[in-house]
Design a binder for this molecule. Structure first.
Ligand code: SAH
Length: 406
C-alpha cells in the first residue's frame, strides 16, 4: 500500500534533520493522498527529499511524528528492532534482568509517544520467593502508538517477555492527541503491587493506581546521591511521593525524615514503604501542601540538615516558564531558610522548559533572597535509562542540584 505524503515548507526540515521527530501543522505546505488518522505517512522536504516515515494525526498540532528515518512500515518487526536497540543501550549500564528500569523513553528512543517501564521484583499479591518476575507498565501517548498496541505487545513479547503488561495511558497529554485515558491489563496478569528493589531498599509499585507508570525511575541515582549527605541529619523530603528519596536517606543513617506530599495515596505508599524496610520509627509522614508546610516550619524556627525538593513540573510549556520560576524560587527560598549552617539542599526540576540555566539562575536568586550563599556540590540529571539525545532537546529535562548552604 502506498503511503500518503506530507510535504514541508522550505527550510522546515533543518530541525527534523538534526533529529527532532515532530512535524507541526504549520510546517506543512501540502499533502498527497488522504491519510487516515494514525496512518503511516512519508515526510518530504520542500525539494521532495524523504525525511522518513511518521504517524499522522490530524487532531494534533504535532501533525506527524517520525518513527523511522528511512521509509518503512511500523509493523511488529519494526517495533522489535527499535525496542531491541533500546534494550541494548540499557544493557551497557544496567542489568535489565535484575533491575527495574525504563525500557523505552518515547522520542528519545526513536519511538514517539511510547513509554515502557519494566518492574522487576516480587508480586505483593503472593510474595513467595518463586513469584519473582517482571511486569511492564506502558503508556501510549500518541495516536500512532495507540493504534499499534497489538504489534507493540508482540514485539515486546519477542524482545523482552514479561509476566504481564499494564497500560497506564492516563497521562493528560493523551487529550492533545484526541485520545481518552485508558488503564488496565493488556496481557498476562499484573499484580496490584510489585515489590521492586532500589538502592538496596524495597518499594511497592502500585501498577494500576500509582502516579505516572507507578514509580519515578528517573531519580534512582539522584536518590542515592542525596542519601550520601543524610547521615546524622534531620531530613525533609518534600514532594516525597512513595518515599524514594526520604527512605534512601533514612536507610543511610538520617536522624529523622519528615516526608510531605499533598496526595493521600502517595502518603499511604510512603508509609507502607517505610514499614517494609523497617524504617517507620525514623519517618514522619505528612499529607500537606509542601509550600505551606515549609512556611510553617520556618515560622516555628525549625532547622534541618538536608532538604530535598522534587516538585512536579511547574512549567509544562514555554508559556508557563515565568510562573514556574516564581514557584521554584519560593520553594527553594523556603528550603534554604530551613537549613542549618553546612546543611545540604537537594533541589530538582523535571520541566524541560525550565532549562538548566534558568534553574541555576533561580537558585542564585533564592540564595540571595535568603541572605546566605550556597556552594554547589553536584549538578545532576536523569539516569541513563532516560537517554538525552541531540536534536531532541525535550529529552533533557531533569535537573538535580546538590548544594551546601554556607
Ligand atoms: N520525589 C518523588 C517524586 C515526586 S513527584 C520520588 O522520588 O519518587 C511529585 C510529587 O509532588 C507527587 O507525588 C505529587 O503528589 C506531589 N505534589 C504536587 N503538588 C504538591 C504540593 N503542592 N505539595 C506537596 N506535594 C505535592
Amino acid at each position: 500500500m502506498e503511503r500518503a505524503r506530507l510535504i514541508l515548507r522550505p527550510r522546515e526540515e533543518t530541525r527534523i534533520r538534526a533529529g527532532h521527530p515532530w512535524v507541526y501543522d504549520n510546517e506543512i505546505a501540502g499533502s498527497e493522498g488522504d491519510p487516515a488518522p494514525g496512518a503511516e505517512v512519508e515526510i518530504l522536504d520542500s525539494r521532495r527529499r524523504s525525511l522518513g516515515s511518521a504517524f499522522f494525526n490530524p487532531k494534533s498540532k504535532i501533525r506527524a511524528r517520525i518513527y523511522s528515518r528511512i521509509p518503512r512500515a511500523a509493523d511488529e518487526d519494526f517495533f522489535a528492532e527499535a525496542i531491541g536497540r533500546s534494550l541494548e543501550w540499557r544493557k551497557r549500564f544496567f542489568d535489565p534482568e535484575r533491575m527495574s528500569l525504563r525500557l523505552v523513553f518515547g522520542e528519545a528512543d526513536g519511538l514517539p509517544g511510547l513509554i515502557v517501564d519494566s518492574f522487576v521484583g516480587r508480586s505483593e499479591d503472593s510474595p513467595a520467593a518463586a513469584d519473582r518476575g517482571r511486569w511492564l507498565s506502558a503508556q501510549f501517548l500518541s495516536l500512532g502508538m495507540d493504534a499499534r498496541k497489538g504489534a507493540i505487545l508482540k514485539a515486546l513479547e519477542r524482545v523482552f517477555p514479561a509476566d504481564g503488561v499494564a497500560e497506564r495511558s492516563d497521562a493528560p497529554v493523551r487529550a492533545l492527541e484526541g485520545l481518552e485515558s485508558s488503564v488496565g491489563v493488556l496481557s498476562g496478569s499484573v499484580p496490584r503491587s510489585v515489590l521492586i528493589e532500589e538502592n538496596a531498599l524495597t518499594f511497592g509499585v502500585d501498577m494500576l493506581g500509582g502516579q505516572k507508570t507507578g514509580w519515578f525511575l528517573d531519580q534512582r541515582s539522584n536518590r542515592a546521591a542525596a542519601a550520601k549527605f543524610a547521615k546524622g541529619r534531620s531530613v525533609i523530603d518534600a514532594f516525597c511521593n512513595a518515599g524514594g528519596f526520604g527512605l534512601a536517606c533514612a536507610a543511610a543513617g538520617a536522624a529523622s525524615v519528615l516526608a510531605v506530599d499533598s496526595s493521600a495515596d502517595a502518603i499511604a505508599s510512603l508509609t507502607a514503604n517505610a514499614a517494609r524496610n523497617g524504617l517507620s520509627p525514623l519517618v514522619e509522614a505528612r499529607e500537606a501542601n509542601a509550600f505551606d508546610l515549609l512556611h510553617a516550619l520556618e515560622r516555628d524556627r525549625r532547622k534541618f540538615g538536608l532538604v530535598i525538593l522534587d516538585p512536579p513540573a511547574f512549567a509544562k510549556n514555554r508559556a508557563s516558564v515565568d510562573g514556574a520560576k516564581r514557584g521554584y524560587k519560593e520553594l527553594n527560598l523556603r528550603a534554604l531558610k530551613l537549613l542549618e549552617s553546612g546543611g545540604v539542599l537537594v533541589t530538582c526540576s523535571c520541566s524541560h522548559w525550565f532549562g538548566s540555566e534558568l534553574f541555576a539562575g533561580m537558585l542564585e536568586e533564592a540564595a540571595e533572597d535568603s541572605g546566605r550563599r550556597i556552594r554547589i556540590i553536584e549538578e545532576r540529571t536523569q539516569d541513563l535509562d532516560h537517554p538525552i539525545v541531540s536534536g531532541y532537546g525535550e529529552s533533557r529535562y531533569l535537573k538535580c542540584t546538590i548544594a551546601e548552604a554556607m
